[in-house]
Design a protein around this ligand. Sequence first.
Ligand code: MSP
Length: 506
Amino acid sequence: MSFYITTPIYYTNDVPHIGHAYTTIACDIIARYNKLLGKDVFFLTGTDEHGQKVEKAAIKLNLNPKEFVDKLSVNFINLIPFLGCEIDDFIRTTEDRHIKSSQALWKQLEKNNQIYLSNYEGWYSIRDEAYYLESELKKIDGKYFTNNGSPVEWVKEESYFFKLSEWEDKLIEYYENNQNSILPKTRYNEVLQFIKGGLKDLSISRTTFNWGVPVPNNSKHVMYVWIDALCNYLTAIGYPDINNKKYNKYWPATHIVGKDILRFHAVYWPAFLMAAGIEPPKRIFAHGWWTNEGQKISKSVGNVIDPYNIINEYGLDQIRFFLFREVPFGNDGDFSKKTIANRINADLSNNFGNLVQRISSFVIKNNNSLLKPSENLNKVDKALINLLQNKYDEYCNFMNNQQIDRAIKSVLELISAGNAYVDNQAPWLLKKTNKIRMEEVLFVITNIIIKSSIMLYPIIPTSSKKILNIFNYNIDNYKFDNFATLIKHNIKINNSEPIFPRILND
Ligand code: MSP
């Protein structure tokens, strides 16, 4: 089985911030989980380097756009390993392979009679790189703005149009038959409602600036940046060569996007694809937006969160964990130092870290750092192993639907039950009364620790590896298989070290 996952490609008009890091980490978690399932995973990210917004940012610095994007894309490339993410390809829309591929898609649409030349007159937001209807705008001091505050300008020019209106019924039919292809459900409903409200043909070229992919056979026009941008998902798997191995193995993709760009992915993109005779995406998942201490994150407010600062302050896995444990994936979330500290302390230090440390140090001290597989499981042990099976099933169901927060919660519930089991079985008392039983208890709980670490591995890979290393367990090339059966070999404990130091809250 194969699995293709993509982040949006990020605009190279500024340095990366926490919003970019969030989507990239989400995809990394989902990619790692799918690898544990044994799937052949392809994880793509990259940069969106064309368009008026990028051109404007370059002009402001007196640079030519290519020099500018060459510089800025490096920041996005360098951020990936810093976030603990392992990607398979990084695409830049200024690469030759991409120019070729987006022109090929255009030609295919033209060939299928989906494009015509006419005149466009209407409102355009450079910040959003999107067209708006007057009904979607508000007027402040004589100027028009979108609902999220982006200024718009009146554009009047010759333009190519894509026959989006022809795809209204087909999109509705497609989504009614594929209800899980947009998640969460509320977003699915929103998209369907939008399509049912009527689709107009879409302007897909511009003549007033040059920084874009030239329209084939009419160099007066550059492609509308979104048609070029969306096409990156095809470029990376070898389009237009649709007979190549990669393309056949990986398409259709799962796209993870912010809620602000759902319409482009769930309406325009599947329409372009169907119109070109290509299968629409397998799934589009839209996540929410982060605010900072209750405030909208914006450059003008000066509250942009730098992923480097925040990760250097709290630790990589701590931030990965916080971002996906604190807020249901799909909802908006608030970034606050107090909640980060509380979350890390409660779940990682007190619940998980404490269990790992007390068991590893106890075994080192009282059982020669070694545990033998136990054969005599009693009722209590069996109940805990049953819970492991249940929580694993829950975890997989949640992860399969990108409900990362709920998947994490299932594991944390297992860990809490593990802590309660240790408290009740009290191996420190058994040490004096029944050493055989003591070893059984330690063996069972060590299995719970190891399996919990594996389930949390996609979220906190570095820490999970550290924990697994304590118990001499190698997760490289690991695949889920008979997950809830107990380990059959001796477990040697290597060392005992604190994994999640408590955060001091001020
Ligand atoms: N270039 C387009 C995407 C093209 S995909 C074919 C774009 N780029 S972006 O750099 O502006 O945004 C990329 C992603 O960052 C979006 O998914 C957006 O939702 C996300 N975020 C930007 N700010 C964010 C927050 N404050 N919180 C969470 N995610 C946010 O759009």
